[in-house]
Ligand binder design. Structure first.
Ligand SMILES: N[C@@H](Cc1ccc(O)cc1)C(=O)O
Length: 422
């Protein structure tokens, strides 16, 4: 099956220029293709992952992906998909973000057996910053027709509210990139999210005008990701789901996928995993026949977490998930505790030995000593997974995990993470 048939099966194609031509091209040779991301933030989130997973699929199929970090375009700001003007970021912020995104991209693309397969990472600041104003107007501006530029959905929809010349010019910059990569690295295909159609087709027109009308270049966009319940994909109560483990821990990342609705899981398996059609079809049957086992959800969470964060982080996420389920948190490491409990109620305690009943009051977990003794004698208090029933029990910092953390559970589900202060 060709890579394009695979993408069709995954529901990953929105719009395409000359589908047949591209099909023939990819079957004939290994092509260069690219996708760009602007460093508007200091991390990618899972929405960004969608086009880059597709770039990765091309890489796995033997093609040569170029990842473009938009250090130049990011300093201007793409009006696509936005209904108001952006505030410019300082060049320092753009540069720092670009560095962080490049690190993340390297981790995603330089994996395992595909290391040597021609993956390249470029920053358009390198060439866009070299173009002088006069060159820009003479060598590039001359090829762009204002009527065509105004007709792009993105621009047309902004004319009422207004759009600056800066953002209006964005499509020229992205077109220069495509032409540059075509000439330098033989890049013949650009892919992007659905909102990139206007920028991508602007680039195709520009290349054909400057390199000849027969030039074989293509564009492909990916549908906007929608959830079956109509809510926005990729958002949680806590905000976006980031790829940076400092912003969204691998445990939270794993949980995000694990908690998807049954109706979305197959679609996400198709988009976000490299499992075969047979494996995904088999998982779809699992959802139909024994949904309570959540086999497909677990597999989805495992595959995506391993891809983004690696096997070790995945193992930790699974251990934390199991510990929270069984209540046996005593064997978790400090790092696992920090990930698993960072969004749970927190308390701190002085680094000294104390009577447990008093300590429970001081940490705010119970209201009074009488209540503390009642909970303890009823067996409703566990410390790091171990039930305590002695009302005279004493707690010391040595009881803490890593000398630091005590996970207190009151009743079935009320967790508090108590930290011994240094
Ligand atoms: N405009 C794209 C990013 C991009 C930048 C430069 C390019 O050449 C290609 C893509 C976006 O906002 O998603």
């Amino acid at each position: 099956m060709s890579i394009l048939d695979d993408l069709t099966w995954r529901g990953a194609i929105n719009q395409q220029t000359n589908a047949q031509g591209l099909e023939e091209l990819v079957n004939k040779k290994a092509i260069g293709l690219y996708c760009g991301v602007d460093p508007t933030g200091d991390s990618m989130h899972i929405g960004h992952l969608i086009p880059f997973m597709i770039l990765k699929r091309f890489q796995l199929a033997g093609h040569k992906p170029v990842v473009l970090i938009g250090g130049g375009t990011g300093s201007i700001g793409d009006p696509s998909g936005r209904n108001s003007e952006r505030t410019l970021q300082t060049m320092d912020v753009v540069k720092e973000n670009a560095r962080k995104l490049a690190d993340q991209m390297n981790r995603l693309f330089l994996k395992g057996d595909v290391q040597a397969s021609g993956f390249r990472i470029v920053n358009n600041y390198d060439w866009l910053s070299q173009i002088s104003l006069l060159d820009f107007l003479r060598d590039y501006g001359k090829h762009f027709n204002i009527n065509n530029m105004l007709a792009k959905d993105v621009v047309a929809s902004r004319l009422e509210v207004g759009i600056s010349f800066t953002e209006f010019s964005y499509q020229i910059l992205q077109s220069i990139d495509f032409a540059h990569l075509y000439k330098e690295y033989d890049v013949q295909l650009q892919i992007g999210g659905a909102d990139q159609w206007g920028n991508i087709t602007a680039g195709l027109d520009f290349i054909r005008r400057t390199e000849g009308h027969e030039t074989e270049v293509y564009g492909l966009t990916i549908p906007l990701m929608l959830k079956s319940d109509g809510t926005k994909f990729g958002k949680t109560a806590g905000g976006a789901v980031w790829l940076d483990p400092e912003k969204t821990t691998p445990f939270e990342f794993y949980q995000f996928w694990l908690n998807q609705q049954d109706g979305d899981v197959v679609k996400f398996l198709k988009y976000f995993t490299f499992l075969s059609h047979e494996e995904i079809d088999a998982l779809a049957v699992e959802i139909e026949t024994q949904p309570h086992l959540r086999v497909a959800h677990k597999r989805l969470a495992e595959e995506v977490t391993r891809f983004v964060h690696g096997q070790e982080a995945l193992d930790e996420a699974i251990r934390i998930t199991e510990a929270l389920f069984t209540g046996e948190v005593g064997s978790l490491t400090v790092h696992e505790i920090e990930q698993g409990f960072r969004n749970m109620p927190q308390a701190s305690a002085a680094r000294e030995e104390a009577n447990l009943a008093v300590w429970l009051v001081d940490t705010g977990i119970v209201k009074s000593r009488r209540e503390a003794r009642e909970f303890i004698s009823n067996g409703a208090i566990t410390l790091n997974g171990t039930k305590v029933t002695d009302v005279e029990a004493v707690i010391t910092p040595q009881d803490a995990i890593g000398g630091k953390y005590v996970v207190v559970r009151r009743g079935k589900k009320n967790y508090t993470l108590v930290t011994f202060q240094d």
